[in-house]
Design a protein around this ligand. Structure first.
Ligand code: GEK
Length: 244
């Protein structure tokens, strides 16, 4: 069972070789602590994703949470969607994540939720009114991102919404430096040491590849979305909503 109080100290000891970050059991078991202390605004974004989903969910449709991890966004959306004939599909390709996600979903009642341990690039999307990619697209190979966004666009009903949260880069050097430094300050203020921050940065280097806001906006337009709004930003973390 996921212990919400379990502290992330994965990178607290010096490591000879930093292996690429993996979403395994050691990460899944400390994930709520890790993401809250690492992603500025995460604790605000989660309930607001539920609020947005409640606003845009259409009766009789499907709601997708792609890269669901332990199901935080799924649970938040389930609490806010009032159409009883909606169904949520929560997908993650890390088995450790989906196992904990199942347990979390079963702890409370609500709309039916199907948890799939699958690659989101392979999952079939149809009759969707809301699709959430909450800090997941950044882990997809950059060359494959447009195809995934196009697939989501195709699977959305008219006026359906994609909620896309990401870590971002900035084109302007001084802004990049400022936002990056504030992110590091945020992690230090949350108790991570210099060594933990730098070892985690090395482990994520080839795995988490941020785009700029402009790249996201362009890609969403290229995939066919008609309107794109930035609804949240905290340092180098943003969330967008795009409408079909
Ligand atoms: C939250 N949304 O708490 N297919 C399926 N899942 C994937 C893939 C893929 N190709 N690539 C990565 N993942 C969550 C947080 S975490 C963000 C999302 C973070 C999954 C991966 O296994 C992990 O669980 C998730 O995407 C990213 O709102 O760790 O910074």
């Amino acid at each position: 069972m996921t212990d919400k109080k379990k502290t992330d100290n994965i990178y607290s000891k010096a490591q000879d070789h930093i292996v690429d970050f993996a979403f395994d059991e050691s990460v899944a078991s400390v994930f709520p602590d890790m993401i809250r202390r690492s992603v500025p605004g995460y604790d605000t974004i989660i309930p607001l994703v539920g609020l947005l989903a409640g606003q845009y969910a259409q009766p009789g449709s499907r709601i997708y949470d792609l890269g669901c991890s332990l199901g935080a966004a799924t649970l938040s959306m389930r609490r806010r969607i009032l159409h009883e004939d909606c169904k949520i599909i929560a997908v993650d390709n890390a088995e450790a994540m989906t196992q904990h996600c199942h347990e979390n979903i079963n702890k409370e009642a609500g709309l039916p939720v199907e948890v799939l341990c699958e690659d989101i690039r392979k999952v079939d999307i149809q009759n969707a009114s809301v699709v959430t990619l909450n800090f997941t697209l950044q882990f997809i190979e950059p060359g494959q991102r447009l195809d995934l966004i196009k697939k989501i666009h195709n699977g959305l009903n008219d006026h359906g919404a994609l909620i896309l949260s990401e870590k971002i880069n900035f084109t302007e050097h001084d802004e990049q430096l400022f936002q990056q430094n504030m992110h590091i300050a945020f992690k230090k203020a949350n108790g991570y040491s210099e060594m933990e921050i730098s070892q985690k940065r090395s482990a994520l280097e080839n795995i988490l590849i941020p785009d700029t806001i402009e790249q996201h906006q362009q890609r969403l337009k290229d995939a066919g979305f008609s309107r794109v709004h930035v609804w949240f930003q905290c340092f180098n973390f943003i969330s967008l909503i795009a409408f079909k």
